[in-house]
Design a protein. Structure first.
Ligand code: B12
Length: 249
């Protein structure tokens, strides 16, 4: 964690532990005003989440403290995304995000979904704990899936994740779908080993912008990136606008 972020983390967490969501949000507002990007804001929120977990483990924070901080964080993730994400819906492709069945830790995946949208992905966020049947149904209903991102925290949810990925890999429908997996559980070599063959990349991270950066670079290299939208440069949008303009003349 970058040292300079520590004051924001402390202030954000203090406000959330004081049950003052408005004051916590003010920290995010200030970061945005000072020029922080979405990933850096998420770094602060992620660090606060980890910290409240440590405090809970030590018996200093209660379960209700943890719930309030998480609720505040999810609200700030949405708020910061509305302020900062560009929501360019390019032709990069469709990414489907979900946690393992039996897995309720969803904050990281929610952050990732906003970062991917910002990168130009079309995102379908299936949220926590979907059954593999539901995941496969939703994917087929979308016609083509370019990337699947999965998250697992608890060792107990790992067998379900492996099973879902096995089913995905067995279907010709997903032949060209990239799979990216991440989450706390993959700190263990055993967990990483279990995914071999089921995921194209196991992305691990301690913080969003520092840790997820490799994952984001990886996802940035995937997808269709087809014209006319032309993703990052805005050129595609201008082209489409010009075409529309010509048609209306
Ligand atoms: C909030 C929280 C909860 C909330 C979750 C609410 C929600 N809507 O998500 C609730 C209350 C539901 C919960 C429940 C439980 N929790 Co809990 N929880 C946490 C806590 C405090 C924060 C998690 C979080 O939000 N992290 C913030 C995100 C941003 O970080 P992250 O998940 O670590 O992910 C990072 C990377 O791994 C990566 N990443 C993650 N996924 C992916 C996916 C992809 C594709 C990529 C590229 C990257 C990536 O990105 C993030 C980088 O910034 C942690 C503490 C901690 N140290 O993690 C405990 C913690 C994870 N919980 C724990 C436990 C024990 C439980 C329960 C068993 C408690 C209980 N007795 O009921 C249950 C299990 C529920 C279940 N089956 O899922 C333990 C897990 C220990 C272990 N490894 O076994 C922890 C570590 C607390 C502790 N110190 O003991 N929890």
């Amino acid at each position: 964690m970058k040292k300079t972020l520590q004051p924001y983390i402390d202030e954000y967490l203090r406000a959330a532990l004081d049950r003052d969501q408005g004051r916590a949000k003010t920290v995010v507002v200030r970061m945005i005003a000072e020029g922080s990007d979405l990933a850096t804001v998420f770094d602060v929120l992620a660090a606060a989440q980890h910290r409240v977990g440590d405090l809970w483990e030590k018996g200093v924070a209660s379960v209700s403290d943890e719930h309030f901080v998480t609720d505040t964080t999810l609200s700030c993730v949405s708020f910061a995304s509305e302020r900062l994400a560009k929501f360019r819906r390019t032709a990069r492709g469709l990414a489907i995000l979900f946690t393992a069945e039996g897995e309720y830790h969803v904050v990281a995946l929610k952050m990732l979904s906003e970062l991917l949208r910002d990168q130009g992905w079309d995102v379908e966020f299936l949220g926590p704990n979907p059954s593999s049947k539901y995941v496969l149904e939703r994917a087929r209903a979308r016609g083509r899936v370019d990337m699947i991102c999965v998250s697992a925290t608890m060792p107990s949810s790992l067998p379900n994740l492996v099973e879902t990925l096995r089913k995905i890999r067995a279907e010709p429908f997903f032949a060209n779908t990239k799979v990216v997996a991440g989450g706390l559980v993959f700190r263990s070599n055993r967990a990483r080993g279990l995914l071999r063959g089921g995921a194209d990349g196991v992305a691990l991270a301690d913080s969003v912008s520092e840790g997820q950066a490799p994952a984001l670079k990886f996802t940035a290299s995937l997808g269709r990136n087809e014209p006319p939208y032309g993703a990052d440069t805005g050129r595609g949008h201008r082209l489409a606008e010009r075409q529309l303009h010509r048609k209306s003349q």
